[in-house]
Design a protein around this ligand. Structure first.
Ligand code: DSN
Length: 436
């Protein structure tokens, strides 16, 4: 089987880095990647990311830069903007955020002043670090108030609590979004509550962007949302990076506008640059443009549907084997398992033993977890990356069976070695997309 960049790597003088790239490529090839926020990019995305655009400084925006030599970067950034707007039905796009965390940070700074309140999802119920984890810079600047699930058996959000909190705290922003929540949100309810209290409705779709782009999950803009942020490297299958999308048209980013909802796109642009970032990474914007092109292709819709079908099949296969799933299933690409209740082990132990046999996933807190984040009660896994490798519904039984065998045999080194070989033999039948 062809290896990534064999010719390039073997000609590298820096053999230490070349060897590590080889080793990582081998790890990715011989294991099954189940971390729900990871994916495998195409050869074209890799090529764009490794291009000469990395040499260019382009502080500013299209046709409003602080450096010369922008005839190609301007066209490139505009192409990425046009493609992502079409993909998500947005009026305005900022494609410069270096990652999802920076996109969220800029979104918060665009609309809020220090001390302002934002209503976000409880972190142990699925919210993200940038949604106000204590100790982060954002949590020091803004006042985060949290809503959660009404019932962790179904995953239903407590919309009565959300409305009561919104009326009590009068937040500037209501944030719908998550990094470890396996159900769909009712965006209409969020938008209605935001309107009632005069807040901006913001959705962080970092995990599900590819499923939204493929029209398999709801698009928050179709339900009255003002702003959407995302990463580009999860289900969207692009390079590591972020985006901020808004309704409305931007004005001149060089002039400070009034804080009105009409000016939100301009406020967002100014919050990204010069607010929190300097020069954009144009090589990554090139790769984002390629990923947006790929996500608009008909075959991407088939991929997104298979991600969902695989997640359903995986959830069913795990539950059949005694894995206790938070919310008892999934509507999206991820499942959250309470391994403490299921097997009496904490998530760190499960992560380590499964990693040992070539099943990569991550430990994760469960709602109102009594255990600490580094040794939580749960693990989180999902199907975006294995679906890119070509795995289908029928393979999910096998993965669930390996997970059970790995956890059961966690003290049996001989059996773990056998399982690792079995999984590697299986995984190598499915090429990486960058092989072609
Ligand atoms: N670290 C990402 C995840 O794994 O969900 C979120 O930023």
């Amino acid at each position: 089987m062809k290896k990534i960049d064999d010719a390039v790597l073997s000609s590298m003088h820096d053999t230490q880095v070349a060897e590590l790239i080889h080793a990582e490529e081998q790890r990715q090839r011989t294991g099954l990647e189940l971390i729900p926020s990871e994916n495998y990019v195409s050869r074209e995305v890799l090529t764009a990311m490794g291009s000469v655009f990395t040499n260019k400084y382009s502080e500013g925006y299209v046709k409003k830069r602080y450096y010369g030599g922008q005839e190609n970067t301007d066209k490139l950034e505009q192409l990425a903007i046009d493609r992502v707007k079409a993909l998500f039905d947005a009026d305005h796009a900022n494609v410069q955020p270096l990652s999802g965390a920076q996109a969220n940070e800029a979104a918060e700074h665009a609309w809020m002043e220090p001390g302002d309140t934002i209503l976000g999802m409880d972190l142990s119920h699925g919210g993200h670090l940038t949604h106000g984890r204590p100790g982060t810079v954002l949590a020091k600047i803004f006042n985060f108030v949290r809503y959660g699930m009404k019932d962790v058996e179904t995953g239903e959000i407590d919309y009565d609590q959300l409305r009561a909190l919104a009326k009590e705290h009068k937040p500037k922003i209501i944030l719908a979004g998550y990094s470890s929540y396996p159900r769909e949100l009712d965006y209409d309810k969020f938008a209605a509550i935001a309107e009632e209290v005069g807040a901006v409705a913001w959705a962080d779709i970092a995990h599900i962007a590819g499923l939204v782009a493929a029209k398999k999950l709801e698009n928050p803009f179709h339900h009255g949302f003002h702003m959407v942020t995302s990463t580009t490297h999860k289900t969207l299958r692009g390079p590591r990076g972020g985006i901020i999308l808004t309704k409305g048209v931007a004005g001149n980013p060089l002039r400070k506008p009034e804080k009105t909802i009409e000016n939100l796109p301009t406020l967002v642009d100014r919050a990204v640059f010069p607010g929190i970032q300097g020069g954009p990474h144009m090589h990554v914007i090139a790769a984002k443009a390629v990923a947006f092109y790929e996500a608009a292709r008909p075959e991407f819709a088939g991929y997104a549907q298979q991600v969902l079908d695989n997640a359903q099949a995986l959830a069913t296969a795990l539950m059949k084997r005694g894995f206790k799933l938070i919310t008892n299933g999934t509507d999206n690409h991820l499942v959250l398992v309470d391994v403490m209740t299921s097997f009496g082990i904490h998530g760190g132990e499960a992560e380590a033993v499964l990693d040992r046999i070539g099943l990569t996933l991550n430990k994760n807190v469960i709602p109102d977890d009594p255990l600490p984040p580094f040794q939580p009660s749960g693990i989180r896994l999902g199907t975006p990356a294995i679906t890119t490798r070509g795995l289908k519904d029928e393979h999910m039984e096998q993965i669930a069976a390996w997970m059970l065998k790995g956890i059961t045999a966690r003290q049996d080194e001989k059996e773990l070695i056998r399982l690792q070989k079995e999984i590697a033999d299986f995984a190598e039948q499915f090429p990486l997309p960058s092989d072609s």
